[in-house]
Design a binder for this molecule. Structure first.
Ligand code: ADP
Ligand code: MG
Length: 242
């Protein structure tokens, strides 16, 4: 059933995500806040799904749990058959490096080195040889449509170009799951649509699982599947095909 094109640069297939009874409670000195109220949710391998919801409804909290950068208070987060809530810290570190690509609203780029060198950093951490790193970084910049900007530093690039580099950065280690938290929040509508199409193509053309969070209806509308959140819960599922 998988018609995705795969080449040497995008070989890791998308992973399925299954969340059950997922709860996140934040404790502050004054109070307890439930950011997620026991949610159940599934994403099939290779799907592209948008999550929409107002500020404070728990979107970033959910993405952080899927990314393995935070721990749940209860329930389970199963990605590719592995329950992250039971994984030891070392396994989570490997999961973050090798399985997940995270795209933020803030670009997460080192401003003083070139776009190409930014892309090489996660591969360096993984121990990829220098010539292979360079070739892959160049290929990633071509994938996101800015091959000619390789030598530019992020501070020399426009917001739209920086966000393309940030998407390429998330792809550096060929992740199976791409998580994007308001990735178009700082962009004008033309660049927002371009970045959204780019993220969608990672699912359609490369078989990656893509989960995007946004409160921008113009962005969310382009996704084949949309889940809506409110007050730490999914309230309904809309499908723009239907
Ligand atoms: P969204 O991304 O949808 O705007 P968040 O997941 O960031 O929402 O936040 C959900 C709720 O959890 C909000 O009420 C927020 O104030 C609270 N929250 C988020 N992070 C923390 C934290 N580290 N400590 C305490 N409360 C938090
Ligand atoms: Mg958020």
């Amino acid at each position: 059933m998988d018609s995705a094109r795969r080449d040497g640069f995008f070989s890791q297939a998308g992973l399925g995500v299954s969340v059950a009874g997922l709860t996140k409670r934040y404790r502050t000195a004054a109070e307890e806040i439930y950011a997620l109220h026991g949610i159940d949710w599934e994403v099939a391998p290779g799907d592209a799904v948008a999550i929409m919801g107002p500020s404070g409804c728990g979107k970033t909290t959910l993405l952080n749990l899927l990314a393995g950068v935070d721990r749940a208070s209860g329930g389970s987060v199963v990605v590719g058959g592995e329950d992250l809530t039971r994984a030891p810290e070392r396994a989570l570190e490997e999961y973050r490096l090798l399985r997940v690509g995270f795209v933020f609203q803030l670009f997460n780029l080192v401003p003083t080195i070139s776009a190409l060198e930014n892309l090489e950093m996660p591969m360096m951490i993984r121990g990829v040889p220098a010539d292979e790193r360079r070739a892959r970084a160049e290929s990633l910049l071509a994938t996101v449509g800015i091959a000619e900007k390789a030598a530019k530093r992020p501070e020399e690039l426009s917001g739209g170009e920086q966000q393309r580099v940030a998407v390429a950065l998330a792809l550096a280690n060929d992740p199976a799951l791409i998580l994007a938290d308001e990735p178009t929040g700082n962009l004008d509508s033309e660049n927002a649509i371009a970045i959204t199409r780019l993220l969608l193509s990672l699912s359609a053309d490369h078989g990656k699982t893509v989960i995007l969070v946004s409160h921008d209806a113009a962005v969310v509308r382009q996704f084949p599947k949309v889940s809506a959140m409110r007050d730490g819960r999914f309230v309904r599922s809309a499908n723009s095909d239907g």
